[in-house]
Design a protein. Structure first.
Length: 135
């Protein structure tokens, strides 16, 4: 009988081995924010339904939105809206074949992040000023 020799092979690579590029992380984040926006739509529906049902229900929803947890959820939801929108616009350019080169795609990553922060900050500054929203 011949003796079989066990060969030591490298383990299969996985996500813990690789450092994903920013473009890949932003693609994953785009999908996550899309799901979060879908779930966050429940907040909009709750607001609209409470406004339709009457003042008591409306005041309850607005009280919940005014708590620290409510403000955090609204802030994250608004950031997700702007991130998903800005990244979606970038994807529209990519669909036409523009900005696909590696260095240009990397620069557009930062453009998306900068616009996301800008629009989110602008929205919350406006909300704090217009609605006496105590942050």
């Amino acid at each position: 009988m011949s003796e079989t020799k066990k060969v030591q092979r490298p383990l299969s690579p996985h996500l813990q081995v690789y450092k994903l590029p920013l473009t890949a992380l932003m693609s994953i984040s785009h999908r996550i924010t899309g799901t979060a926006l879908m779930l966050g739509s429940i907040l909009i529906i709750a607001f609209l339904v409470s406004a339709a049902y009457g003042e008591t229900q409306y005041n309850f929803v607005m009280t919940m939105a005014g708590t620290l947890g409510g403000k955090i959820i609204l802030f994250l939801w608004s950031a997700a809206v702007y991130y998903h929108m800005c990244n979606g616009i970038r994807h529209l350019f990519w669909d036409t074949g523009k900005y696909l080169e590696k260095d240009t795609a990397m620069r557009t990553n930062y453009v998306v992040l900068i616009f996301t922060v800008f629009f989110t900050a602008l929205t919350w500054m406006y909300a704090a000023e217009s609605f006496s929203f105590n942050m």
